[in-house]
Every structure is written in structure tokens, then in C-alpha cells.
Design a protein around this ligand. Sequence first.
Ligand code: HEC
Ligand code: HEC
Length: 337
Amino acid sequence: MKKHCPLLVIVLCVLYGFKDQIDPLFTVPQNFPKPVYDFKKNPLSEEKITLGRSLFYDPLLSRDETISCASCHLQNTAFTHIDHATSHGIDGRISNRNSPVLINLAWNKSFMWDGSVHHIDAQALAPIENPLEMDEKLSNVVNKLNKSKFYKKLFYKAYGDSLATGERTLKSISQFLLTLVSSNSKYDKVLRKEKGFEFNEYEQKGYKLFKANCAVCHTEPLFTNRNFENNGLQPDQYFKDGGRIKITKNKKDSLKFKVPTLRNIELSYPYMHDGRFKNLQMVLFHYTENIHKSSTLSPHLKKKINLSEQDKNNIIAFLKTLTDEEFTNNLNFSYPK
Ligand code: HEC
Ligand code: HEC
């Protein structure tokens, strides 16, 4: 026993040291890596999360008070919209991209399909000031908040005085966004060896095929390697969206987009940055039959992926194990009552 003591101390130190870096209100799922977000710079509190949640659901953030974050990011579809390919914003204006799911953002290294936003604390500014989305000025949002009795109370509870500022507004929205962790799908429960959870024959076969053909980019457990890749979509003639090149101006980044997570993918159709595919069958058809060859195509997709119809169905069966109903039904994330 004595012999093991120093080792035990080291293990405890490492565990506590690790825990210390993460926020006490933020639980890292057992099968997940360490988050990227530095919680020390914006320590979570129940009151700030509550404020952020109210802001997320409030159309006050838009110019004419008709559009909230939740207009394009709905909880029952893992915080995306499914009624159209690209987003609809203020005055019925149509943006050029599909809204991504909002899941496990504490692990994101960058935001948006092209990585144009580097930090989640700056993220909300983009839709608020985007003329196609909410078309408002942050300073004006702050004015509206400072006139509201309801928000005066919430800011007071969160920050000790009732003043709304741009920074407080953005950081509170971040706090709510950071709590949107999805880690209780069937997949997670099978991997954590929870009692009563096993893949069926199709899901198991699909998992194997997924690991062989998809996981280099859609890497477990987040189901993204968080890089920018060209996955061989036919370039769209309408938006002519070049993706990452818009940010870096580097030809090598032409047609590269951020690899999206596949968690809750069953719910978050249509698929891709422009919502071009209505269902997962079309996605699998793309990867097997329709890869567009170009100089920036990922080397992983240069060789044809051969999958039988049964193989494709098995992959889809596996993808459906990533649906997390505890997440989509979590009352902590829903419209505040
Ligand atoms: C009009 C629809 C619309 C509204 C309103 C909207 N979003 Fe989005 N959201 C999008 C679209 C589209 C993208 C992808 C944009 C891109 O890649 O250029 C996006 C991207 C994001 C991302 C990046 C996710 C990732 O994984 O990279 C976050 C976070 C986000 N939105 C949060 C918010 C918040 C917070 C609000 C409210 C302040 C909001 N959104 C309002 C449509 C919308
Ligand atoms: C070379 C990297 C790479 C490989 C390999 C890859 N993907 Fe993707 N995947 C991406 C990228 C990048 C996107 C986003 C592309 C876009 O919208 O422009 C994407 C998008 C998707 C989407 C749509 C997600 C959404 O939210 O719209 C699905 C579903 C998907 N991939 C499934 C798969 C499956 C299944 C396989 C294996 C057969 C696979 N991927 C292999 C990089 C990859």
C-alpha cells in the first residue's frame, strides 16, 4: 500500500490540476478531450447563463425585433433550421449559408463554415450586425437592454450592477452557448459501456465502415477534426462560395470548409454549407459517386469510396446512433419560461 502512495498522489494532482483548468459549472464528458475555451477569462455562473439564454431567445437583438438567434438555431433540430437550405433573416432576406448546429462549441477552434470568427465571445456580433440576419448595431442592442426593466434585473443578478455593456452581452451569450454539450447519444452510451446499450448488427458494421472511410475528417468523439477540407462538392454556380479562401486569400484553401460535427446529424438536414442535400442517402451518394476532382480536393477522397447499398444503409444506421434526445429535450436549453 505504502509503495503506491506517491503514485496515488501524482494521479490525484493530475486529476485535480486538470479539473482546476475547467470551470466548476462545466462538466467534460468522460469520453471527450479537454475543451479549447479558456473558462478562466469568463467563469460560468448560473446567473450569466440565464442572462445569455434570455438574450439568445430574444428578438430584441434584431433591428425590427422580429429575429432572435433561435429563429435560425432551433433546439429540436440541434440548434439549426431545417425548413430551408440557406438561412432566412430579417425582412425575409436570404443568406448564402446553411446554419450549422450549435453543439459542443467549447471544443471549437474557430467558428463559421470558413472560420471567419476566431473566438466564441465575438461570435454573436456577426449575426447581430449582419444585414442579412439581424441587421442591428451592438451599441443599439445595448441601448435597448439598458431601457428594459427585465434586463436590468438580469444584468444586476449576473454582474452585481444593472448596466448592460457590449462585452457583458456577448460574454453572457457565450456562456449559454458553451453549455450546449451533446454527449448522451446511443453512441456515447455504447462507448461508455453503459448497461443496456449495444450497437445492433447494422450499426456495428456501419461504425466499422465509418472508421475506415469518414473518421479521418469526422474524427471521434467530436466527429470533426476541426480542420478545413475540400470534400469534393461540385462548386455551386449560384453563390460561388469558395469557403476558407475568403479568409486566408490563399489558393490552397479554395473550396475548403470547416469539417462539421456529425452529432445529431439525423435531425439537422439539409446538409452541407449551402444545404444542398436533403437527406443522408444523398450525402452517401455524393461520397461514393459524385466527388468533384479539383486541385484542393482532400487526398483522402482522391481514391473512389466503394460502398454497396447495404454498406451505405449501415453507415446511416450508425450515424443515427449520434442522435441525442437528452440534448434536444434538455429544459435548460429551451425557451426560458
Ligand atoms: C438569419 C439566421 C441566423 C441568425 C438570426 C443567427 N444565426 Fe448563427 N448562424 C447562421 C448561419 C447561416 C451561420 C453560418 C455562417 C457562415 O458560416 O458564414 C451561423 C453560425 C453560427 C455559429 C457558428 C457555429 C460553428 O460551429 O461554427 C454560432 C456559434 C452561431 N451562429 C450563433 C448565433 C447566435 C448566438 C445568434 C444570435 C445572436 C445567431 N447565431 C443568429 C444563421 C443565423
Ligand atoms: C476529407 C475530409 C472528409 C471525409 C473523408 C468525409 N467528410 Fe463529410 N464533410 C467534410 C466537410 C469539409 C464537410 C462540409 C462541406 C461543406 O459543407 O462544404 C462535410 C460534410 C458532411 C456532412 C454534412 C454535415 C452537415 O452538418 O451539413 C455529412 C452528413 C458528412 N459529411 C458525412 C460523411 C460521411 C458519411 C463520410 C464517409 C463516407 C464523410 N463525411 C467523409 C469532410 C469530410
